[in-house]
Ligand binder design. Structure first.
Ligand SMILES: NC(=O)c1ccc[n+]([C@@H]2O[C@H](COP(=O)([O-])OP(=O)(O)OC[C@H]3O[C@@H](n4cnc5c(N)ncnc54)[C@H](OP(=O)(O)O)[C@@H]3O)[C@@H](O)[C@H]2O)c1
Length: 238
């Protein structure tokens, strides 16, 4: 098909929480947004965004499902002919204490590390064709070796979630190095502690506030950073 005139962003885990809000804010900035979620859960939120006048479409994506991932490039080619922004937002926190089973660790890594890696690998050819491709990996301050080694994680510093986000951080750096000299920028985001199902009701930040870091990184200008780790404009230590 003809190339879509608008920039196109795909956001994973976009049925609720931060992912849905990132999609909303990118849509409000004039991008066409593709809400990716599993089990048909993106359909209703995409319709909700369209009712708000935004250019939104749903796609089926379990980030641990190889067939769903393999279908993404064709879906994007057919409907838009382009992809400018990928936000790897979907994530799980399955461990609540220190004694985490290997199976729980494996499940955590499938969703938080292997999924984003495979999705990025599948979509990189399209992103390379974009004039200013942007990849945002939704990490957490809990993935910071510096923060955790200084005791900043408290009871949230469980082995599975923290190490999966640290691995995602390293994938961010490795990919940014690999793409140095191209127009693609790759960065990791810490949204802050945000009121979502994952963050809990006592979190200090609203979803709208929490989405801002990923949105900022998705819209970085040509002279913006790559291979960094940010909360809002603040550069975080790995
Ligand atoms: N909230 C915070 O304070 C906070 C802080 C730091 C980092 N983060 C990160 O922000 C991201 C979004 O979290 P949130 O706070 O918005 O939590 P949330 O409301 O629980 O949303 C998590 C999203 O990830 C999706 N997801 C999980 N596993 C998936 C899979 N296998 N395939 C497809 N989608 C999957 C969920 O879909 P389902 O509804 O289908 O499960 C949901 O859309 C996560 O990566 C999280 O680690 C959050």
């Amino acid at each position: 098909m003809e190339k879509h005139v608008k920039k196109v962003a795909l956001i994973t885990g976009a049925n609720k929480g931060l992912g849905l809000e990132i999609a909303r804010q990118l849509g409000q900035q004039g991008l066409a947004v593709v809400l990716a979620a599993r089990h048909g859960k993106a359909n209703a939120p995409a319709a909700e965004l369209r009712a708000q006048g935004l250019d939104a479409r749903a796609v089926e994506l379990d980030v641990t499902n190889a067939a769903d991932i393999a279908a993404l490039p064709t879906f994007l080619e057919e409907h838009f002919g382009r992809l400018d922004v990928l936000v790897n937002n979907a994530g799980v926190q399955l461990d609540t204490g220190f004694d985490v089973s290997p199976d729980t660790l494996r499940q955590t890594y499938e969703a938080n590390v292997v999924g984003p890696y495979a999705i990025t690998q599948a979509l990189l050819p399209l992103l390379r064709q974009a004039p200013a491709g942007r990849i945002v990996n939704q990490s957490s301050i809990l993935g910071s070796l510096t923060a955790i080694s200084q005791g900043q994680g408290g009871s949230w510093a469980t082995p599975g979630y923290t190490s999966s986000k640290a691995a995602l951080n390293m994938l961010t750096v490795v990919l940014a190095q690999h793409l140095a000299g191209t127009s693609i920028k790759v960065n990791a985001a810490h949204p802050g502690w945000v009121q979502t199902d994952l963050g809990g009701a006592e979190a200090p930040l609203s979803v709208a506030e929490g989405a801002q870091t990923a949105v900022r990184l998705a819209l970085l200008p040509a002279d913006g950073p790559t291979g960094g780790y940010f909360h809002n404009a603040e550069h975080l230590p790995w």
